[in-house]
Design a binder for this molecule. Structure first.
Ligand SMILES: *[C@@H]1O[C@H](CO)[C@@H](O)[C@H](O)[C@H]1NC(C)=O
Ligand SMILES: *[C@@H]1O[C@H](CO)[C@@H](O)[C@H](O)[C@H]1NC(C)=O
Ligand SMILES: *[C@@H]1O[C@H](CO)[C@@H](O)[C@H](O)[C@H]1NC(C)=O
Ligand SMILES: *[C@@H]1O[C@H](CO)[C@@H](O)[C@H](O)[C@H]1NC(C)=O
Ligand SMILES: *[C@@H]1O[C@H](CO)[C@@H](O)[C@H](O)[C@H]1NC(C)=O
Ligand SMILES: *[C@@H]1O[C@H](CO)[C@@H](O)[C@H](O)[C@H]1NC(C)=O
Ligand SMILES: *[C@@H]1O[C@H](CO)[C@@H](O)[C@H](O)[C@H]1NC(C)=O
Length: 581
């Protein structure tokens, strides 16, 4: 009996406790409330909201996330709705059609570190918007409609580290726009049609390390702009309208590590453009670069260089030499360099680990192309027109891990090449699909045998290889072929080639000899026959004469011949000679 009352008492206490905790941690129906990484988090992401249900929320939450799926938008405004929320550290209200921020909306959230109001319809900024946010570290105002601000809109954000205004409608910056942002390290202004930057506007950005100016319609930057951001490590100028870069353009950016100039209109790279720089990444891809000065990279070091998708046809051998101690990644794909230029420019690059030569219309490679690039781990030769790959090309690449030969014109892989692929233990990925496999014994016989080995298949990532020839095997997957189905080739291609050349020589020699023989024979015959003919004619004529005269005794005497006989004899003699000839 006592036991039962004890138990029911405990039960009641439990029920009471549960209801108490529930009433403390209020959670609006439309939202979800969790503890994520030790922080009380409210997430309202179903959409269709007209106000943020702060009344029903636990006032001690630390993170608030409000967003909406595109088909059920929120239409929200923010006034001073967070006055009782003293512990908020992060507020994200995105995709919610907020038209304006309002005065002191986030006051007194003194612990607020992240404010994300991206993907709304904010048009104006004012410094009163951010009163009280002295600990704010990150402010994301990207993808709004901000077009105007008074000066110093971020005056209260003395600890701001990261600011994004990307994807707005700023077509210029007011003076002292960034006033008081002395701790700002990361600034993103992408997607605003700035067209040009007044150096004075960047006066307060002395601490900035990353400046993202993507898609800003910039044609150039004044050297004073660079001087105002001397601590820059990352400069992103991609998707702009730069037509040229001056020699020593970036000389004031002594700490520059990453420079992105991809997708501009650069036509050439001039001498000393990167002189004095020690770059981690330089991206020059998707420009119109036709030429690179042979001293473009003088006195500079670059680890990763992307010059793909340009119009390079000729690059001097010495262009990349200054980078021989530093370059680890090179992408020069989708240019039109021939195999000689390719071999020349990569020859000095002994440190190279990743190389892309894709899409260059290469039909062949020198066997010594990679002889100096023994550190290569990744090699992309895809989308070329290679028909075969001699084993000697791969021989130096003992550290290769990934090889892409897809989308070429490969008809065959010979045993020696397969052996190297097989025996290079570091080589884990080989792409061979989309080639023109000629499914006959001499061309793919060895390859077919390899496909029986699971280790080899693993390297191919289980990709299917498909026959292009002969016609009756068109479209068949190699791994489904039986060895018996393969046509036996008349002669292995290389052997038959050498044989035919031998054959050609043989035929020529025979013909010459035969002609010589004929000439000799003709001469010999002519000489002997002429003699014989004369003799024969004589005899004949005499015999004829004899029979005609009925005299068989005097065979040598011509005295009996009449003048007519003589005439006859002469013409007959002529006849005989003529006939012989
Ligand atoms: C938000 O506004 C849009 C257009 O102004 C309207 O179509 C939509 O129904 C509104 N959503 C809510 C939840 O009020
Ligand atoms: C802000 O929210 C957007 C949309 O959810 C997100 O893509 C972005 O990364 C967020 N920004 C920050 C700084 O968290
Ligand atoms: C090379 O760059 C350094 C800075 O890293 C500079 O001091 C030096 O003058 C430059 N040398 C030449 C020849 O330009
Ligand atoms: C360079 O830029 C192109 C295009 O903008 C991009 O696809 C590529 O990944 C970039 N390369 C590097 C090394 O960043
Ligand atoms: C490749 O290796 C497998 C075993 O690892 C072996 O059976 C096969 O014969 C080898 N093929 C060639 C072409 O060396
Ligand atoms: C692959 O193996 C199967 C059975 O293990 C065998 O019948 C077939 O002939 C082999 N194919 C080749 C190309 O060696
Ligand atoms: C290839 O296929 C085998 C079995 O079909 C599977 O175990 C393996 O994970 C696959 N490998 C890859 C890289 O997809």
């Amino acid at each position: 009996m006592r036991n039962i009352t004890m138990r029911s008492a405990i039960l009641w206490i439990n029920v009471f406790l549960i209801s108490v905790t529930q009433s403390v941690s209020n959670c609006p129906d439309i939202c979800r409330c969790d503890v994520i990484q030790d922080r009380k988090t409210v997430t309202c992401n179903q959409g269709g909201m007209n106000l943020i249900p702060t009344q029903e929320m636990d006032k001690s939450i630390q993170v608030l996330r409000v967003t909406a799926p595109p088909e059920v938008p929120n239409n929200l405004t923010v006034g001073r709705i967070f006055q009782k929320f003293h512990f908020l550290e992060e507020i994200h209200i995105t995709h919610s059609n907020i038209p304006a921020i309002g005065d002191s909306s986030f006051w007194p959230c003194q612990y607020l570190m992240v404010l994300n109001l991206s993907y709304n319809k904010i048009t104006l900024l004012h410094y009163s918007n951010f009163i009280g946010l002295k600990n704010l570290v990150t402010l994301d105002l990207s993808n709004n409609l901000i077009y105007a601000t008074p000066s110093a809109p971020f005056y209260h954000l003395k600890n701001l580290n990261t600011l994004s205004l990307a994807g707005n409608r700023l077509d210029g910056l007011v003076p002292r726009f960034f006033y008081m942002l002395s701790k700002l390290r990361y600034l993103d202004l992408s997607g605003n049609t700035l067209s040009e930057v007044d150096p004075d506007n960047f006066k307060d950005l002395g601490a900035v390390k990353s400046l993202i100016l993507r898609k800003c319609h910039l044609t150039s930057l004044h050297s004073l702009v660079y001087q105002n951001v001397p601590n820059l490590e990352v400069l992103d100028l991609r998707d702009n309208v730069f037509y040229y870069i001056k020699p020593f353009e970036f000389q004031h950016l002594k700490r520059l590590r990453v420079l992105r100039l991809d997708n501009n209109y650069l036509g050439d790279i001039r001498e000393n453009t990167f002189s004095g720089h020690n770059l981690d990444t330089l991206n020059l891809s998707r420009n119109n670069i036709i030429s690179i000065d042979s001293c473009a990279f003088c006195n500079s070091s670059i680890r990763h260089l992307d010059a793909s998708n340009n119009r390079l046809t000729l690059v001097k051998k010495s262009v990349f030499s200054p980078l021989s101690d530093s370059l680890e990644t090179l992408n020069i794909g989708f240019n039109k360099l021939d195999h000689i230029t390719v071999a020349n420019i990569i020859d000095p690059l002994e440190k190279l680990q990743r190389l892309s030569l894709a899409g260059m219309q290469l039909e062949k490679l020198f066997v010594t192309t990679f002889s100096q690039n023994r550190n290569l781990r990744y090699l992309d030769l895809s989308k070329n027109e290679l028909e075969c790959l001699p084993s000697a090309v791969l021989e130096p690449l003992t550290n290769l891990e990934e090889l892409d030969l897809s989308n070429n014109g490969l008809k065959e892989l010979q045993l020696s090449t397969l052996k190297i692929i097989n025996e290079t233990s570091s080589l884990q990925k080989v792409r061979l699909h989309s080639n023109r496999w000629h499914c006959s014994k001499c061309n793919v016989g060895s390859l077919l045998a390899c496909l029986n080995s699971s280790a080899f298949l693993e390297k191919l990532q289980n990709e299917s290889l498909v026959c292009s020839e002969p016609e009756h095997l068109l479209g068949r997957k190699l791994e489904t072929l039986y060895p018996e189905e393969l046509e036996i080739c008349p002669l292995p291609v290389t052997l038959s080639r050498t044989l035919t050349t031998h054959l050609h020589i043989g035929i020529v020699v025979t013909i010459v000899l035969f002609v010589l023989f004929l000439i000799l024979l003709t001469l010999a015959c002519f000489l002997t026959r002429r003699h014989y003919a004369v003799y024969y004619t004589h005899e004949n004529v005499i015999e004829e004469d004899k029979t005609r005269n009925g005299d068989t005794r005097d065979i040598n005497s011509q005295n009996y011949l009449t003048p007519k006989d003589l005439r006859d004899k002469k013409s007959k003699k002529k006849d005989m000679v003529m006939r012989f000839i």
